[in-house]
Design a protein around this ligand. Structure first.
Ligand SMILES: Nc1ncnc2c1ncn2[C@@H]1O[C@H](COP(=O)(O)OP(=O)(O)OP(=O)(O)O)[C@@H](O)[C@H]1O
Length: 316
């Protein structure tokens, strides 16, 4: 378990992390989201004792990092920066780490097997691909068999096979009852990996909720309709007091509408439908909605706002 209480980090005038209080629980994968500069890396660094909080504290399974007896056996981390000596073999890199942390040699073989690097264990790490390097970083995080694991952008730049492997590994670590905390900017990947979400913006907590609840609360649900008799359908819906949005592609969307009602209206008026599907917007849309106000540097928005609630009058 990771517990934050009023965690704050200032760099001069800049408040990078602002009174964060939340708990990351064992047994599930918890995603950590926030726009660029929101304070995710700074928060993770403080969890690992690499940065000192200006105020507040972090506890790893009940203790501050500097009071953990053998830190690698309590918390393991994959941070973005590559932190090994390219001239060493994977085996030696892990062996040095094990020896300096009182971890038995046999554990090195185990983690090399776990991450699929056993066959290349004697190769120099400077010959490793990005994916192999990431596996080595994960092997180091797992070395002390810790109960708590942090992954900062673990799938960045990886191919689909590598992404799938990391997703499966994180889920299995959580299923073993460990605490797994992962940051990523890849929303589709986060949506299929994390069960719970912590979202921050400008250093502050914006959400601490299950993935399903986060999407339900922050994303719109709607009904998508495709029909060859678009104008007739729009008139019928208007007559029935149903508010519609015409999408750029020519489909029709009804916000918060019931598919059953729309289907019945279409049937009553003998209008052919090619599609009638209840939809839920994505994690990405939910995230963009929630964090829109907290993004530090906005690009000029060139896409027109969707025409929600367009009032369509007969004959328009
Ligand atoms: N050593 C530092 N000195 C001064 N400011 C810093 C330092 N480290 C981070 N910051 C600032 O603190 C804020 C939070 O940075 P941080 O790297 O934690 O954000 P992040 O959420 O990890 O961003 P990204 O998604 O871009 O990696 C940013 O405004 C950053 O410029």
């Amino acid at each position: 378990m990771i517990e934050l209480a009023g965690l704050t980090k200032r760099y001069g005038e800049k408040v990078a992390v602002d009174r964060l209080t939340f708990t990351v629980r064992p047994g599930v994968v918890t995603g950590f989201l926030g726009p660029n500069g929101a304070g995710k890396s700074t928060t993770m660094r403080m969890m690992l004792g690499l940065d000192r909080p200006t105020a507040g504290e972090v506890r790893i399974d009940g203790r501050p990092y500097d009071r953990l007896k053998d830190p690698l056996t309590s918390i393991g981390a994959l941070l973005e920066a590559k932190a090994w000596h390219g001239g060493r073999s994977a085996f030696h890199h892990l062996l040095c780490l094990a020896q300096s942390n009182g971890i038995p040699r046999g554990r090195v073989h185990e983690v090399l097997e776990t991450v699929g690097l056993a066959a290349v264990a004697r190769k120099k790490t400077k010959t490793f691909s990005l994916g192999m390097g990431r596996r080595l970083g994960i092997a180091a995080a797992l070395l002390g068999d810790p109960r708590v694991l942090l992954f900062d952008e673990p799938v960045n730049g990886l191919d689909p096979e590598g992404i799938h492997w990391i997703r499966t590994l994180m889920k299995s670590l959580a299923a073993q009852g460990r605490t797994v905390f992962v940051s990523s900017h890849l929303m589709n990947e986060m949506a299929v990996t994390a069960d719970h979400l912590i979202v921050i913006g400008r250093g502050r907590l914006l959400a601490d909720t299950s993935m399903a609840e986060f999407i339900r609360r922050n994303a719109r649900s709607y009904v998508r309709i495709r029909t060859p008799e678009r104008e007739r359908l729009l008139d019928v819906l208007h007559e029935a007091g149903v508010t519609v949005v015409e999408t750029l592609g020519g489909d029709v969307e009804v916000a918060d509408g019931k598919a059953e009602r729309i289907g019945e209206l279409a049937a009553q008026h003998r209008i052919v439908l090619h599609e009638l599907s209840p939809r839920q917007a994505s994690l990405e849309e939910a995230f963009m909605r929630l964090t829109a106000q907290t993004v530090e540097y906005h690009a000029q928005d060139e896409t027109p706002a969707p025409r929600w609630g367009a009032d369509r009058r007969k004959g328009n």
